[in-house]
Ligand binder design. Structure first.
Ligand code: FES
Length: 97
């Protein structure tokens, strides 16, 4: 976590493991995926985000390690969980540019 105001995060007791593009990251539990992206240092400035369920620009797809069913959700609302595998990033957000 670099240069991010820690007050932006919801309280959390531990980090959980998620995968983004086959790379594993430790991110705070009880926080949205967008906050997790910030936590690992992803650049969100290319995405137009409202952060409150209005724009749907943060739509992403994920699955978990056990049940391979792909689900879609808003990254500003969906909370992190251990074993989450992100299969499609929101428009304008990438692990690497
Ligand atoms: S950021 Fe706008 S709906 Fe999630």
């Amino acid at each position: 976590m670099e240069n991010i105001n820690p007050d932006l995060f919801e309280p959390y007791d531990r980090l959980v493991s998620i995968k983004i593009e086959d790379e594993e990251f430790q991110v705070p539990e009880n926080n949205s995926i967008l906050r997790a992206f910030q936590y690992v240092g992803l650049n969100l400035t290319h995405a137009k985000l409202c952060w409150n369920q209005e724009c749907e620009n943060c739509l992403f797809a994920y699955t978990d390690d056990k049940n391979k069913e792909i689900k879609r959700a808003l990254a500003c609302q969906q909370k992190t969980f251990d074993g989450m595998v992100i299969t499609q990033m929101p428009e304008g957000i990438r692990l690497r540019w």
